[in-house]
Design a protein around this ligand. Sequence first.
Ligand SMILES: NC(=O)c1ccc[n+]([C@@H]2O[C@H](COP(=O)([O-])OP(=O)(O)OC[C@H]3O[C@@H](n4cnc5c(N)ncnc54)[C@H](O)[C@@H]3O)[C@@H](O)[C@H]2O)c1
Length: 312
Amino acid sequence: MKVVVTGGAGFIGGHLCEYLAKQGHEVVVIDNRYPYYDNGRKERRLDNLSRYANVQLNKVDLLDREGIKTIFQDGPYDALVHLAAVPGVPYSFEQPEEYIKNNITGTLHVLELAGEAQIPHVIFGSSSSVYGDQEGPLKEIDAVGQVVSPYAASKVSGEAYAHMYQHRYGFQLSILRFFTVYGPEGRPDMAIQKFIERAQAGLPIDVYGKGTSRDYTYIDDIIMGIYQTLLYAKGNEVYNLGSNSPVTLEELINELKLHYPAIEINEKPYRMGDVKHTWADIDKAREQLGFTPAYSFREGLKRTIDWLNRTR
Ligand SMILES: NC(=O)c1ccc[n+]([C@@H]2O[C@H](COP(=O)([O-])OP(=O)(O)OC[C@H]3O[C@@H](n4cnc5c(N)ncnc54)[C@H](O)[C@@H]3O)[C@@H](O)[C@H]2O)c1
């Protein structure tokens, strides 16, 4: 397959591109290295990808229509995996217009140009945040637009544009809603990564939202879900990709204490935009794609800490 991946310098994109390259596929990356977090991590992921002869790296912004068009004309491609976005809930309250620019306008460009270039299959990386503040397990039909952050609103909008351009151009559309992804090379603004990096350095950790839970999903399971979508998805569908096994904040702290017994915890109040629980119903992905998460939280956390130990 020849696959174009936006956001290939990012956490999920970096892992996906490497996996595709190892499977022998041709990968074309689009990423502008948006400075939401330390660009050293993105450079490291790109350095890693540059070792593969079948990966082509392009520093292009989604807002640069001509730049995207030129790359899309260099096909034919079998699929587009659109992962580029500004992530993060707290930052979206500080800079909501960044999310409109990059996540909505940027997505609109990518979808429209993919349609014009006749890319046959578009995979859009969406998020559990589109469910808003609801109890789970949540099925794909439970997203009703009642979101609680500008980030989530940008993802709902991206999904709506994806449906609209699917209708206009007739490409196959798969929308994947990822549930709190963690693992080696993870994003430094996200809980697990932040906690283990601070704990390793002997620093206290701030935990927000007593009584909350998250359906933490190990990166390799997400990559497998995306790959299965590339291989097996039929028609136009929305799928949850999660572990279907939520972990409470208290359970997370207990697991961390197994690795860092002296860890110091500062409890902080609820943060605007954070939902109380996330919990994916994954029956649809399981039945239609063969998606079967393989990593328990304990195993995924251990692998992430082992990676951190190897890199320090
Ligand atoms: N990590 C998670 O837990 C999670 C959960 C749900 C959804 N998602 C979604 O998955 C996707 C990937 O997330 P991630 O965790 O890898 O984030 P990430 O920030 O590590 O990766 C996103 C990449 O997009 C690039 N990007 C941003 N704006 C761009 C623009 N205008 N032009 C070109 N490139 C641009 C960034 O440089 C970055 O490398 C995002 O769409 C995110 O919303 C992630």
